[in-house]
Design a protein around this ligand. Structure first.
Ligand code: SAM
Length: 436
C-alpha cells in the first residue's frame, strides 16, 4: 500500500467503495496507466498502432508505455497523450459532426481536442478555462491538433455568458479534489482533505448553475470529475436535478466495467479496481424539449491585401467565407464572431499569421490547420532531417525560394523558408527538442 494515501480518504472509501479500498491495499504502487488518443482529422499510419492495445471504451484510444511527447507525430498533432479513463467522457457525449459545443473547464485540452476530432467544419467548439496560463496551453493544444472551428476564452465565465450563443452540448469537466490523480500526481495526495472535497463541491454547484441556461432545449450537459467522492459526483447531480425540473438523466448504456452500482444509476464511476485506468466519474443530463439551433450566418469580410498576396504566391487555400480579424499585426480567420474583448478571447479562430510592413509571416498554427491547401515539402517521419528540423537546425534543401510547410505523412510540423537552397527553420523556439 502506498503510505502517502490520506488516512481519512482510505477510511471513507473503505465503506463507500470497498473494492477500491482493497485494490489500494494490494497494489497502489503500480505505475499509472497511460494512453494515446488518435486525431480523426490527421490519420496516423496504421503500422504505428498495430502493436498498441486498444482502450475498450474509446475507438480512438490506445494504451502506451513509452514516452512519446517528442515523437514527430505528436508534434504534428496526430495524437494526444491522455489518461485512459478520461477518454470515456467525450465518448459518452455522442458528439455529432455539426454540434455546437461548450467546454467549460477545458484546459489543458484533453477533452476539447477529443471533441474537436469529431466535429465537421459546420460544428463549433467554444473552449473556456478560468486560468489564463492553462487556457494558453489549451489554445496551443487545439492548434497542434489542427482545429480552428471554435474559439478559446478565459476569465470568469459569468462575465462571458451575455456574449455566448446556445449550445447542443455542454461539457463541465469540473475542477475537483482529484482522488483519481493520486498515483499520477503525488501532490494531489498532499492537497487532499475532506474540506477540499466540500469546497470543490461548492464551486461545481456554482458552475453547473452558470452554464445550465446556455443549453438548448433537447441539448445535453455532460458532467465529469476525476474524483470518487459522492458529494462531487452523484449527490451533486441529484441536488442539481432537484432544483432544475427541466433537466433529466439522459439514457446511456455504459460498458460493463463501469460502476453504476455505487452511483445508484446516476452516471458511472470508472474505478481503477475494475478497469485499466486511474478513475473518473461521468454523467449526462438532458434538457427537456427539442433542440433547434438558430441558424447562424457565417460572417464574411474581405481578405487583407498583404495576406491575399501571400495566398496567391504560395497557393494557400483558406475556407470560403469567414471573417478576418486583425489585432495589431496578428491576423485571424474566424467562422463566427462574438462580442468579446481581446482579454477574454485568447483566440477567435485560426491564427493565420502576422502582417508586417515588408510582407506576411505565416503562423505556426496555420502550418497545422486541418484540411487546408498549403505549400508543402513531404518527408518520411524517420528521415534524419525531421529530427534536425525539430531541433531547430538550418539545412540545405532542394526547393525554390519561398515558404513551405515541413510535413511528415501529410501533416505539418511547422514552416521553413527557402532562401537560395537553405531551409531557414521556423519551428518555434519553445517547442524545439534540446537533446535526444
Ligand atoms: N477538461 C480538462 C482536460 O480534459 O484537459 C481538464 C480540466 S481540469 C479537471 C479543471 C479545470 O477547471 C482546470 O483547468 C481549472 O483551471 C479550471 N477551473 C477552475 N475553476 C474554474 C471556473 N470557475 N471556471 C472555469 N474553469 C475553472
Amino acid at each position: 500500500m502506498n503510505k502517502r494515501l490520506p488516512p481519512l480518504f482510505l477510511q471513507r472509501i473503505r465503506h463507500e467503495l470497498p473494492s477500491l479500498y482493497e485494490h489500494y491495499l494490494q497494489r497502489s504502487d503500480r505505475p499509472p496507466w497511460k494512453g494515446l488518443r488518435t486525431n480523426p482529422q490527421k490519420p496516423l499510419p496504421p503500422s504505428f498502432l498495430t502493436s498498441l492495445k486498444p482502450i475498450p471504451w474509446s475507438p480512438v484510444g490506445f494504451y502506451v508505455e513509452e514516452k512519446l511527447g517528442h515523437h514527430p507525430f505528436h508534434h504534428a498533432g496526430m495524437f494526444y497523450l491522455q489518461e485512459p479513463s478520461a477518454m470515456a467522457v467525450v465518448e459518452t457525449m455522442h458528439i455529432q459532426p455539426e454540434d455546437w459545443v461548450l467546454d467549460v473547464a477545458a484546459a489543458p485540452g484533453g477533452k476539447s481536442t477529443h471533441i474537436a476530432g469529431y466535429l465537421s467544419s459546420h460544428g463549433f467548439l467554444w473552449s473556456h478555462d478560468k486560468d489564463r496560463q492553462r487556457a494558453t496551453q489549451l489554445m496551443f493544444n487545439l492548434e497542434r491538433m489542427g482545429f480552428y472551428h471554435g474559439l478559446v476564452t478565459t476569465g470568469d465565465i459569468d462575465a462571458l455568458i451575455g456574449s455566448m450563443p446556445s449550445f447542443h452540448k455542454i461539457l463541465l469537466d469540473a475542477p475537483c479534489s482529484g482522488e483519481g490523480m493520486f498515483l499520477k500526481e503525488e501532490k494531489a495526495m498532499d492537497q487532499w482533505s475532506p474540506e477540499l472535497v466540500l469546497a470543490c463541491a461548492r464551486v461545481q454547484k456554482e458552475l453547473l448553475e452558470n452554464v445550465a441556461p446556455l443549453l438548448l432545449e433537447g441539448g445535453e450537459l455532460t458532467y465529469s470529475t476525476c474524483t470518487f467522492s459522492r458529494e462531487e459526483n452523484e449527490l451533486q447531480i441529484l441536488d442539481f436535478l432537484k432544483r432544475h425540473h427541466d433537466f433529466e438523466l439522459a439514457p446511456r448504456t455504459y460498458p460493463d466495467a463501469f460502476d453504476t452500482t455505487s452511483t445508484q444509476g446516476v452516471g458511472a464511476r470508472l474505478l481503477p479496481s475494475e478497469l485499466e485506468g486511474e478513475g473518473h466519474y461521468v454523467v449526462t443530463l438532458r434538457k427537456k424539449g427539442t433542440a433547434i439551433l438558430p441558424v447562424r450566418k457565417i460572417a464574411h469580410s474581405s481578405i487583407p491585401p498583404t495576406f491575399q498576396q501571400f495566398m496567391k504566391t504560395h497557393r494557400v487555400g483558406i475556407p470560403e467565407g469567414g471573417h478576418y480579424i486583425q489585432l495589431q499585426e496578428r491576423l485571424y480567420w474566424a467562422h463566427h464572431t462574438f462580442n468579446l474583448s481581446p482579454r477574454q478571447c485568447l483566440n477567435p479562430g485560426l491564427y493565420v499569421g502576422n502582417i508586417k510592413e515588408y510582407g506576411f509571416i505565416p503562423s505556426h498554427a496555420l502550418s497545422h490547420a486541418n484540411h487546408l491547401e498549403l505549400p508543402r515539402v513531404e518527408l518520411s517521419w524517420d528521415d534524419p532531417r525531421v529530427k534536425r528540423y525539430l531541433k531547430g537546425e538550418t539545412f540545405s534543401f532542394d526547393q525554390k525560394d519561398g515558404w513551405y510547410v515541413f510535413s511528415v505523412e501529410g501533416q505539418g510540423l511547422g514552416w521553413i523558408k527557402m532562401v537560395k537552397g537553405l531551409a531557414k527553420n521556423h519551428f518555434p523556439k519553445g517547442l524545439r527538442i534540446l537533446h535526444d
